[in-house]
Each structure stands twice: as C-alpha cells, then as structure tokens.
Write a protein that binds this ligand. Structure first.
Ligand code: BGC
Length: 722
C-alpha cells in the first residue's frame, strides 16, 4: 500500500466531519427561507414559469432583473461532461478536458467511503471551475440484471453498500458548494423500454432493496437535487409519481431540494405539476429546439394557472425549491470560490480509486504479481488493452485531459528490456465474430512470451453519436446476453492453449459468462472502467506495486439463467409491465438463500497477502448490538481487507434472505499487523419490512452475526437473542 498523501489526509478530515449523523429529515435555515420568500414575492407568474423548465439542453431559466441566474447542470457521474452549446451538439472549442474518474461501479468496488468523498470533491471542484451548478450524479440504481447497459454507472446490488458509498460522494460534491443530483429515482434498472416500462414490485422489495440508497442520499447525504427516472412505477411515471415523490421523498424523508425530470421524462402538464416534479428538463421539441415555451412546464403550465385549473401555490412551491438550492450553493447574491480543474491532485484521486477498485478474482499458484525485474517477455493481447473509454457510454461521457491505456501503463511500468508484444486479438464492432487472423497473431505472441495477458470484457461506445453500434455498456440499450462479445471465448481459449501462464483482465460494468475458459486461466481481474489513470493502476497491480483490495459489489452468476431477475422474475417484461417477481431476492440474497453457486460471490476479491480473522465478540447492550473481532495480516505484503458483517434471522414469520450485509470496513494492515474492528449494529440491522403493518419489524428471537471476507467466505459467526 502507498503512503497517504496530503490530499488523502485533508479529505479524511472533511469526511469525518461530513459523517456526523444527520437528522431523519432535511433541515431548512430561517435566513435562507426569508430570502426565498422575499424573492418569491417579487416574481411575476410568467417569471416563475420561466424558472421551472429548461431553456437550453442543460440550463433552466433565470430572472436577470432579480439576480436569479440560470441553473446550469452537467453530467455526469464520473467527470464533468464536455461542453454543450445551447443545444445538443458538442462545442468542440476546447477547454473542457476534465478529470476522468473511474465509473461508479469501480468506485463502489473500493468499498472505501472515504474515496467516495474524495471522488465527489473532485467533481464538485471541477464543476465549479467550469461554471456548473449541479452535477447530474451519482447514479445508484440497483444492479438487478447483469444485462442493464448502465450498470457501469451504478454501484451495487446491495442497498447497504450503496448507502455507505453514496453519502460520501454527495458530501464531497456539495462541500464544494455545488449540488449533487441523485438519480434515477426509481427502479430504472433496465435500459430496454426505459421510457415507459411500468415496474411492479412488492412494498417490501421497494423498502428493503430499491429505496434505501435514495433515502440515505436524502437523509444522511443531504442531497440538494434528485432526478426522477424515465420509467413508470405502479402505473405512474416516476418523476411525478405521487407515492414516490410527494408521499415518500418529500413527505417521509422531508426532502427540501428540487426534483428534476430526466431529460424528456415529462409527458403531461397537470399530472406532472401535481405529482411533485419541480423542474422539466430535456423535453424533445425537435432539433434545433423551436422554442422552449413549448415545454409542458412552460406555456401549457402558464395557461393552466391563469385559467385556475392549477393553483399558483403549486408553482410557488417548485420555485421555492429551486431558489433554496440556489441560495444554498451561493448562486444568488454571493460569490463562489473558484474551484480547480484537471489538477494533479485530482488525478491522484482518480488513480487511488482505480488502485483500490481493481478486483483480483482468481490467482492460481500466485502467478501474480509478476516480477518486473525478472520477466523478459510479455504478450499483451486484446483490443481493450489500447482503447480509450472516457467518451463512451452515453450521457456519462467525459473528454479526459489524458487517458492511460493498459498497454501504455504496462510499457511505463516494466523495467530493463522486457519485450512487450501487442496483438489486437479481436475487433470491437457490434456482432463481430472470432477473427482467425487476429487469433493466430495473438497465439503467436502468446507462444513466444513468458506470460500472456488478455484484456477483454465489455466495451463502451467511443462516440456518443454511434454508441449503439459498438457499445455494450452504454445508455439507451441493454446487453443482448451475458456472452463475451467479438469472439473472445475462442481467443482466450486459444491463447491459454498456447501459453498456460495466461492472465485475463476484464473490463466492463458487470459479469459475463466466462465458463468456457475460467477453469484454465491462471489469474482473472475485473477492472470496471478505471478512469484516466486506469492503465497505470492495472499495470501496478499486475507487477505488485499495488496490492489489490477491491471486492465485487455484485454477484457474478455462471449463466444468465442463474440470475434472479431472469430465474424468478421478469426481464425485460412485456411491452407495458415488468414484474419484479424475485422480490427481495436480488443478488446474493438470492444466490445464498436458494443455494445457487455463483461464479464469484458478492464481496469476493483476493489480495497478495493473507488475512486471519479471530476473536469474535457479540454483545447486546439493549441499545445496540456490539460486534468486535480481530483481523490480522499474516502475509509478507502490506494490504487492505474489506471485512464484511452480515446478519441472519434464524426464524422469522416471513421468508428472509440467508444473510444481509449490515456493516463493513476497509482495514489497512502492514505485514504482521492486527487490528480490532468494531461493528455497532442498531436495531434496524435486524428488521424486515412488514407489509401488513406497513412498518419495519424487529421480530424477537435468535439471530446470527456473520463476519467474513465475502458473502461466501464467512470466517466467524455467533448467535444472539434479541
Ligand atoms: C440520462 C441522464 C442524464 C441526462 C442528461 C438522460 O438521457 O438518463 O442520466 O443525466 O440524459 O444528459
């Protein structure tokens, strides 16, 4: 492990401050409210209407005479998006090359909430520098199916892990004086028919699986803005779904910020106004836009208020929320600090997230790390080894200041005169099949090298306009199946035959079917999309400068049919509805309970050192359950272990999962070092959502606390009575 640098120390301090427990509802401040009311009184109805809809592709209306600026939004979750003009085309004027951070899935794979804060700080600082007011991220939809084209932007299948990672991210952005925007609320778990598919799920699944991340973002993270999803939920569009927005978000959780639509997610005026949407963005009125007055929340809304069909107070409440966000982020009558842009400090954060987010899935015979002083020849195979990813994926695209590919990273990392021979291996193009010529070249390179490293997996589109042509991990579509594209199975199998010392590095937003060669590859890594420093981080992990410490945030099924959404539930549903029949049995909650063996389990990830777990103590103080145990690094290398705490209800009135994650910590240990870890578990950790009483229930009886290195690698357990 590297020594902590200054930025890490500064951010850790800010992080601790940020994590002081928040109250159950968002708070308002009397001075801010007074300012808002005073502005509201001065606004005419027409001016208020101007403020509640987009007036360009990424801004909404301002009122110059009162010093109310436009609200400027920008994607995205892992870097400030390239500049747009007032319409959809990219500016291409330069000056918009930002820090390209690893994607949300790679961030979550670090299991390090402090990095969530650092990540958010970079985004907030760069957004501020570029004159943005809202960063349209983080995205936290649940990884329900391996096929979702946007899984790479999201974090996990597990609501607890999401809740812990997302709060840091939001605080990081917002401590810079910029708003974060949690998205996409809610159940936008597939891209297929995302525009209108109606999601049906039980109240229990809603409360236990799909809402907790959003609740944490609002209640603990204090997020300023939220984006409604495109899809419907129980028959109503999410963005103006009375139950989701008015009752739960603004009612139960006391959200005081603004609800904006996803781009083009509003389809009516009255329902949307009353259903709780505050700001309409991105409605398709043709390109170039004729006039933004055609938006639902523009002239049609104005007319409805004038005719008395909708009360002006409904509009006032939306304007209040917009003004509240503006006042909180120093947009009105105040000055912002300047922010910083694509700095070396920001690049360090990108690097650190990549380092900690890379997951070592398999390491047979400890083939890794490679010894850079003794290795003389390496075959680097696969188009993903020298491909840039930043501009891919859809709305999360980033124009990076630079992007280090794995091939460049390896070339920079090796010493002496290690010969690296590159072979492309496959062609990235939709429906491309195995290419005999490219495979023959790769096999030849592998035969002549000591070790072969294949860089494969999923891919982003390069280019926003062509993203559906060559992309699998991209917005607007899902993956057709879980099979490795471009003939990679054939390539990898042939390379392994030619050189048994083959390592496979997989890019991508989630699992793929690797059963054809998994047993024969010596080592396998999952790297997600690791950002501008990804190539360096990958090389340093392969050569042992960095000890891997990432863990899977999702279960990796052997076959698509093993995945609960496909086995028990529906995907993608019919043309109207999708029923989440798997209910709460999402991810490991399904694999563990239904005894289905995954390829790799949730929470799995190896290290170059070994950790020993001992001395589990579990005591019930009446207020909380105190769990403590010791973890020791028994190997020769410094490393970090993500220790995970699960709970199990031994007997319950309802069917409960085999176990549920309720605590984790990333513990950094030198060789021989031991640390005692404490997991305080509140009553909530043992509850389930009861649909009869519509409440969380703690059912008295026996429970078990399990501590381990992965959901399928429990090291210690103890029973307790509650
Ligand atoms: C995406 C959002 C994004 C918005 C603006 C939509 O298509 O779903 O995530 O923030 O576009 O680019």
């Amino acid at each position: 492990m590297r020594k902590p640098h200054l930025l890490r120390i500064v951010l850790a301090g800010a992080f601790l401050f940020a994590f002081i427990k928040a109250n159950a509802q968002q708070k308002t401040d009397p001075a801010t409210e007074a300012k808002i009311e005073s502005l509201l009184k001065q606004l005419t109805l027409a001016e208020k209407i101007k403020m509640i809809h987009g007036n360009s592709s990424f801004t909404s209306g301002g009122i110059e005479r009162l010093g109310i600026p436009e609200l400027v939004t920008s994607d995205g979750p892992h870097g400030v998006r390239p500049e747009h003009g007032r319409d959809w085309s990219l500016d291409n004027k330069g000056g918009d090359s930002s820090t390209y951070l690893p994607v949300g899935l790679t961030l979550a794979s670090t299991w390090n909430p402090k990095l969530g804060y650092a990540f958010g700080s970079v985004l907030g600082s760069e957004a501020k520098f570029r004159g943005k007011d809202v960063i349209l991220g983080p995205g936290i939809n649940i990884l329900r199916t391996p096929l979702n084209g946007r899984n790479f932007e999201y974090m996990s299948e597990d609501p607890y892990l999401i809740s812990k990672m997302v709060v840091g991210y939001i605080k990081g952005v917002q401590d810079q004086g910029i708003s974060a925007c949690i998205k996409h609320y809610m159940a936008n778990n597939q891209e297929v028919r995302r525009d209108g598919i109606n999601v049906e799920m039980s109240e229990r699944a809603l409360r236990e699986i799909y809402l907790p991340g959003f609740k944490a973002a609002v209640v603990e993270g204090g997020v300023n803005t939220l984006m409604g999803a495109y899809n419907r939920f129980r028959g109503e569009y999410c963005t103006y779904n009375d139950y989701l927005i008015n009752k739960i978000l603004k009612g139960e959780w006391g959200f005081k910020g603004l609800v904006m639509s996803d781009w083009g997610a509003i389809h009516s005026t009255k329902e949307a106004l009353l259903g709780g949407a505050d700001l309409e963005m991105g409605t398709d009125i043709g390109t170039p836009a004729k006039t933004f007055d055609e938006f639902y929340f523009a002239n049609p809304a104005l007319k409805m208020v004038q005719s008395g069909e909708v009360q002006e107070s409904v509009i006032d409440e939306k304007v209040r929320r917009i003004l509240r966000v503006m006042v909180k982020t120093n947009m009105i009558g105040a000055k912002r600090t300047p922010g910083a842009y694509a700095t070396t400090e920001h690049a360090k954060v990108a690097k650190q997230v990549a380092e900690e987010g890379i997951i070592l899935l398999k390491n047979q015979g400890n083939i890794l790390p490679l010894n850079k002083t003794t290795i003389k020849s390496l075959a680097v195979i696969g188009a993903n080894a020298n491909r840039d990813n930043a501009m891919g994926g859809g709305s999360s695209q980033v124009r990076p200041k630079y992007e280090v590919t794995p091939l460049e990273g390896m070339q920079a990392c090796v010493v002496n005169n290690t010969g690296i021979r590159f072979a492309q291996g496959y062609t990235i193009a939709r429906n491309a099949k195995a290419d005999e010529k490219l495979i023959a070249e790769a096999v030849d390179a592998a035969k002549k090298a000591k070790v072969a490293i294949v860089f494969g997996g999923w891919t982003h589109g390069y280019d926003y306009s062509k993203w559906s042509d060559n992309a699998y991990d991209a917005e607007g579509g899902d993956k057709p199946d879980m099979n490795m594209p471009f003939g990679q199975d054939e390539l990898i199998s042939q390379v392994i035959k030619a050189n048994p010392n083959t390592i496979v590095v997989l890019f991508g937003g989630g699992p793929m079917d690797i059963t054809k060669w998994e047993g024969k590859a010596k080592a396998i890594l999952q790297v997600g999309y690791p950002g501008q420093e990804g190539g360096n981080a990958i090389a340093e992990v392969l050569f042992g400068d960095i000890n891997p410490s990432g863990k899977l945030t999702f279960s990796w099924p052997k076959k698509l049919e093993d995945s609960p959404a496909h086995k028990l539930g529906e995907y993608p549903g019919d043309s109207i509805n999708v029923h989440y029949k798997e209910d709460i049995f999402v991810g490991y909650r399904y694999f563990d309970t239904y005894k289905v063996k995954p390829q790799f389990a949730f929470g799995h990830g190896l290290s170059y050192t070994k950790f020993d777990y001992s001395d589990l103590q579990v005591s019930n103080t009446g207020k909380e359950v105190r769990v403590s145990f010791t973890v020791k690094n028994t190997g020769k290398t410094a490393g970090a272990e993500v220790v995970q705490g699960y709970v199990k209800d031994l007997k319950a009135a309802v069917k409960r999962p085999e176990k549920e994650l309720k605590a984790f910590e990333k513990v950094f240990l030198k060789p021989g070092e031991a640390k005692q870890v404490f997991f305080p578990l509140s009553e909530d950790a043992f509850k389930y959502f009861d649909e009869k009483s519509m409440n969380w229930v703690l059912e008295p009886g026996q429970f078990e606390v399990l501590v381990g290195a992965a959901s399928d690698d429990i090291k210690l357990k103890k029973k307790l009575q509650l």
